[in-house]
Design a protein around this ligand. Sequence first.
Ligand SMILES: [Zn+2]
Length: 209
Amino acid sequence: MRACIFLAPPAAGKGTYSNYLIKKYGYQQFSTGDILRKRAENDKELERVLASGKFVDDETIIEILSDELQKLSDDTPFILDGVPRTLHQAQILSQMLEGKDYQVIYLDIEEETLKKRVVGRRICPKCHRSYNVLFDGFRPKVENICDDCGIALETRKDDNLESFQIRLDEFMKNTYPLKEYYDNLGKLYVLDTNLSQEESLHELGEILK
Ligand SMILES: [Zn+2]
């Protein structure tokens, strides 16, 4: 079993990097964000937490993690997206991944760029491909329509500046310290995403070789 973990501030473009790994290298995606949003459809309290931009509690995340990891086959490399977000989650995950081959990719990016990404982001509700109307090369071919599915794109409920600032503060406080944690384990790779998308994707491919 091979895994790739993205450690990234909110809106750092994880979706783009994940899709690249899925399409080019056959990775399976496991996004806690998507799973949580699905659960929130039947859970008002969870919906409220997600809309506020605050972190979901560790217990819920760990429960989802162990559920999902069991469903994965040993042959398929997979991406952990949106987890771990706290040192506690990281420590439990380290036990779950004991003896497995995995790498942690830190997406390094400037805060101003992140804000533009949040405001301009549009998501396909069917294939989850993400677009951005504020950046060249990230817009859909037809305005507000998914290139792959031909259906209307959506804005996420939590994609607004106030919610973003809370998520960024939470990230800096809880998740940023994991950079050091994984660096000490010899698992950390820093990917400079201020480069062009093509260069960043190429670099990611090189890291995961
Ligand atoms: Zn689509």
